[in-house]
Ligand binder design. Structure first.
Ligand code: F6P
Length: 343
């Protein structure tokens, strides 16, 4: 058999571990060959493909961040318009099944291809951890580790200067990174998109710290966080060319507001793509590898139109449908646990 894989959407630590596991499993267990399309859907449409060999070069990519295939985003309308071209290219390359590695948008695209007769397996990835069908996505653990380490470092400089430091982390629609990094790094307040904030509460928590003699504070803010209606001026970002919401620097806005309300010295750090780059943690390498092994097996066994997912100890195959419904948001009870530590 011949399998194809591609990586699409924002990159994420662990993508190469999936590719390696797909290639090795396909070759070791079944004698199947694998090709890779470059730059996500774009490469599939333009027929930019290459053979992926089970050799030393594939073996070494386990540790490498990013994706050796390249990635990209595509507007859903352009993607849908390319269906016939995609079918033709896959036929021409004699591909029996396509493994699409990506986040919610990519999995939606994968489902749409499956609905249109193309055998597809989805592999969920995203540092945001917002894919509902799986307990966790690879990339998330690395992003949390990077953000937690940054918060660790911010403590000492904030304390030395008696400052409030705001750290803005990624999380377009959900606050998993902020929640976990804030908790691991001992942030004194955490703000997530699922729970609109009142900046007056943040100021109160910071003032209390100063009154108690802890003359500094760290506030961890998810980029998609929004103020409670009527509590603060803030204009939301527009949509970009791919239909994704853009951001207007909520970390800086919160910092400015705290400064003007309390008079404390406030600075903002935006971690941005640092959270997405570099070597995956051991946890992410293992999860990504397990996903890759199971995706190759599913593809070989014709269990297509499904998505790999982790539930407890097991890797399961779930319908692609289940992966593209609602996003996995932070439950209120998890935020309440974080709230117990604020101030
Ligand atoms: O979805 C993953 C993510 O890292 C989000 O947290 C972030 O908003 C977005 O991608 C940024 O992606 P890019 O800068 O590639 O458009």
């Amino acid at each position: 058999m011949r399998l194809a894989c591609l990586t699409s959407g924002g990159d994420c630590p662990g993508l190469n571990a999936v590719i390696r596991a797909v290639v090795r499993t396909a070759s070791n267990e079944f004698g199947d060959t694998v090709i890779g399309y470059e730059d996500g859907w774009e490469g599939l449409m333009d027929d930019r493909r290459r053979d992926l060999y089970d050799d030393a070069s594939i073996d070494r990519i386990l540790l490498r961040g990013g994706t050796i295939l390249g990635t990209g985003r595509m507007h859903p309308d352009k993607f849908k318009a390319g269906l016939e071209q995609i079918k033709e290219n896959l036929k021409d390359a004699e591909v029996d099944a396509l493994i699409a590695i990506g986040g919610e948008g990519t999995l939606k695209g994968a489902k749409w291809l499956a609905d249109n007769g193309i055998p597809v397996i989805g592999v969920p990835k995203t540092i945001d951890n917002d894919v509902n069908a799986t307990d966790v996505t690879f990339g998330f653990d690395t992003a949390v580790s990077v953000a937690a380490e940054a918060i660790d470092r911010l403590h000492t400089t904030a304390e030395s200067h008696n400052r409030i430091l705001i750290v803005e982390v990624m999380g377009r629609h959900v606050g998993w990174i902020a929640l976990n990094a804030g908790m691991a790094g001992g942030a004194h307040y955490t703000v997530i998109p699922e729970h609109p904030f009142d900046v007056a509460d943040i100021c109160k928590a910071m003032e209390r710290r100063f009154q108690m003699g802890e003359k500094y504070g760290i506030v961890c803010v998810a980029e998609g966080a929004l103020p409670k209606e009527g509590t603060m001026d803030f204009s939301e970002g527009e949509e970009d060319q791919f239909g994704h919401k853009t951001f207007n620097g909520i970390g800086q806005v919160i910092g400015d507001e705290i400064k003007s309300r309390t008079g404390y010295d406030v600075r903002t750090t935006v971690l941005g793509h640092i959270q997405r780059g570099g070597t995956p943690t051991a946890f992410d390498r293992i999860l990504a590898t397990r996903f890759g092994v199971h995706a190759a097996r599913a593809a070989h066994n014709g269990e297509t139109n499904k998505c790999v997912a982790v539930h407890g100890e097991n890797i399961d195959l779930v319908p692609l449908e289940a992966a593209v419904g609602e996003l996995k948001t932070v439950p209120q009870r998890r935020y309440q646990t974080a709230q117990a530590l604020f101030g």
